[in-house]
Design a protein around this ligand. Structure first.
Ligand SMILES: [Zn+2]
Ligand SMILES: [Zn+2]
Length: 252
């Protein structure tokens, strides 16, 4: 019996689905889109909302996508910028029965407000397990502290990143070093608006060296970055937009 329990907890995630709820591109008609990011993660033991977009349009998008907000157990906020946290208040109005994981460095008044809405606050400093096979990298970066999410699946690691303020290449390298596993997919807002072609190619080469197999670029990733990644990743470049659903089953 004990052996069986062990086997289950050591088991990797085999079914995973990532739904882009908010982005500056839209994949499905009728959804609000704009500068910001939000992604729903289903499949692990907990259903997790990663970032909340910029404003109160988040619940509306979820309703249009038939997402059951009451089924969400945890919210992970990558960093304090309003394009990632602005929709939290309107989400908590719909479902306050969640734990909100946020970098420890968030202002006290932010934490107080979340608690006042009835949600639990979990401050993240060091790497933190959210549930089986899902962990936060812990807060990283100098000026703007940011946490990223790593999901261990039977096909490799899935990494979900907010604005990538600590540097996208640094985050990917750190995940690879700490987790010692191949990276299947990186979804991130690359924030490479002003980056040169050379700089973007350097990042692509770090990705390739870290064994990243699939990429999805969200808001704040310039057209230049998108087209370069597309060139290097070919069919493994995933077009992101509000309404897009990525299933582990579709990734080889
Ligand atoms: Zn940001
Ligand atoms: Zn952002």
């Amino acid at each position: 019996m004990a052996q069986e329990t062990e086997k289950i907890s050591a088991g990797l995630i085999t079914g995973l689905s990532l739904t882009i709820v908010y982005d500056n591109h839209s994949y499905q008609q009728g959804l609000a889109s704009g500068w910001g990011f939000s992604c729903l993660i289903t499949g692990p033991e907990k259903t997790i909302l990663f970032d909340t977009g910029p404003d109160g349009s988040l619940p509306g998008n979820m309703e249009k996508m038939a997402i059951d907000m009451s089924g969400i157990d945890a919210v992970v906020l990558s960093h304090i910028h309003p394009d990632h946290t602005g929709g939290l208040e309107s989400f908590l109005e719909k479902n306050p029965d969640v734990t909100v994981y946020m970098p420890k460095s968030f202002p006290e008044r932010f934490k107080d407000k979340v608690q006042a809405q009835g949600a639990q606050v979990r401050e993240v400093g060091q790497p933190t397990e959210i549930c089986d096979n899902v962990r936060s990298t812990g807060q990283a970066g100098k000026e703007i502290k940011e946490q990223s999410l790593v999901i261990r699946t039977d096909k490799g690691l899935v990494v979900i990143i907010g604005c990538a303020h600590p540097g996208i290449a640094n985050i990917v390298k750190a995940v690879k070093n700490v987790m010692k596993d191949d990276i299947l997919l990186v979804i991130s807002c690359f924030h490479l608006e002003w980056a040169s072609k050379g700089k973007i190619e350097q990042i692509i080469s770090t990705f390739k060296q870290s064994g990243v197999q699939y990429v999805g670029l969200c808001h704040g990733s310039s057209d230049k970055a998108r087209s370069l990644f597309k060139e290097y990743y070919g069919p493994n470049y995933i077009k992101i937009g509000a309404g897009k659903v990525i299933s582990l089953a579709d990734l080889q």
